[in-house]
Design a protein around this ligand. Structure first.
Ligand code: TYM
Length: 332
């Protein structure tokens, strides 16, 4: 009997992985593989809600697999796979579409944001995206879903869908909890600290594979606050720019906010910004180097994602069969 709890999470290979992805969820995943049954995937099916260059998408998907491993995910100890390699996600997604209401999907803030950004392509997939995400999750019956703060609403709707389904058919799905870190779950853009760090604003975004000198330049130019006090202090309402840097420094070094405030007491922002840059460079250096090494061995990476698809497919099929049976589909 398997006593371990299950965790699952994914990231879209729609751009290069960035510091928000890393400091928010990804850096916590390796700690989890020892005590949980973990599934980590490349959410490639989600990326096509926005137009993608096919060759780039393939390349990024493979790079992201290498980055997961480089960040500390041992493929022997967890399941690493590509979403589109496990058809049961889409199959369950369709079923759950029929148990999700138009009104609840209309309230999703990410749908509102993305349809404002991509007004020329407000496709049905963009609208039903949270249902596919619910399927990604529920099909593995996880206890926890480690994500950044911006995905909380999607995990909440997943719980609502699961509860609605269970209410009709009995206990089919485990209702998972979001797992959101206290520090790092909401990293902001370096040049616009009112917006989250995202690849769509590359100047304020630090990418995992970026060169150290480019990272340093971005941190030196990071927007700080125009208050007169000019001291390093964590106060997100009053000092969003500096607080974002404090948060990044805390996540990168493991120091507490108080320790950081004491370390830079009386020093102003001029010393602080490069120090944050250096801490980030040193955090990312081994990840970048290991990713580069892994990318040189395509056969190894293929082996990882093939084995991952086998394992994930086995678990996913089990839930799908149960769901099909409950709703009355004739078994093959
Ligand atoms: P995605 O690909 O936009 O982001 C991947 C993960 O990174 C987190 N994140 C951040 N955390 C802190 N600060 C930031 N600035 C920041 N930006 C992104 C996100 O919260 C996320 O955890 N829908 C998901 C992918 C997905 C998924 C799933 C996740 C598809 N199916 C099932 C979990 C379970 C997404 O678009 O995340």
């Amino acid at each position: 009997m398997n006593e371990k709890k299950t965790m699952l999470s994914g990231i879209q290979p729609s751009g290069d992985l960035h510091l928000g992805n890393y400091l928010g969820p990804l850096r916590h995943w390796p700690e989890m593989i020892e005590s949980y049954d973990c599934f980590f995937f490349m959410a490639d099916m989600h990326t096509i809600t926005v137009r993608q260059d096919p060759a780039q998408l393939r390349k990024r998907t493979l790079t992201q697999i290498a980055q997961y491993i480089a960040c500390g995910l041992d493929p022997e100890k967890c399941t690493i796979f590509v979403q589109s390699h496990v058809p049961a996600h889409a199959q369950l997604g369709w079923v759950l579409d029929c148990y999700t209401m138009f009104g609840e999907l209309s309230r999703m803030t990410q749908f509102k944001d993305k349809s404002a950004k991509h007004a020329e392509n407000i496709n049905a997939g963009l609208f039903t995206y949270p249902v596919l995400m619910a399927a990604d999750i529920l099909i593995y019956q996880p206890d926890y879903v480690p994500v950044g703060e911006d995905q909380r609403q999607h995990v909440e709707i997943c719980r609502d869908i699961a509860e609605r389904f269970n209410g009709i058919y009995g206990d089919v799905f485990r209702v998972p909890e979001p797992y959101i870190a206290k520090v790092g779950a909401r990293i902001k853009s370096l040049n616009a600290p009112d917006a989250k760090m995202s690849k769509s604003m590359p100047e304020g975004c630090v990418f995992l594979m970026e060169k150290p000198e480019d990272i340093m330049r971005k941190f030196k130019r990071a927007v700080t606050d125009s208050d007169t006090e000019r001291c390093v202090r964590y106060a997100p309402e009053e000092k969003p720019g500096v607080s974002n840097l404090v948060q990044i420094y805390a996540a990168a070094t493991g120091k507490s906010f108080e320790e950081i405030e004491a370390e830079f007491d009386g020093q102003g922002y001029g010393k602080f910004k490069p120090a944050v840059g250096e801490a980030v460079v040193e955090t990312l250096r081994p990840i970048r180097e290991k990713t580069e090494r892994l990318l040189a061995d395509k056969a190894y990476l293929e082996g990882v994602y093939r084995a991952g698809a086998e394992k994930a497919g086995y678990a996913a099929e089990k839930t799908l069969r149960k769901v099909y049976k409950k709703i009355g589909f004739l078994p093959r």
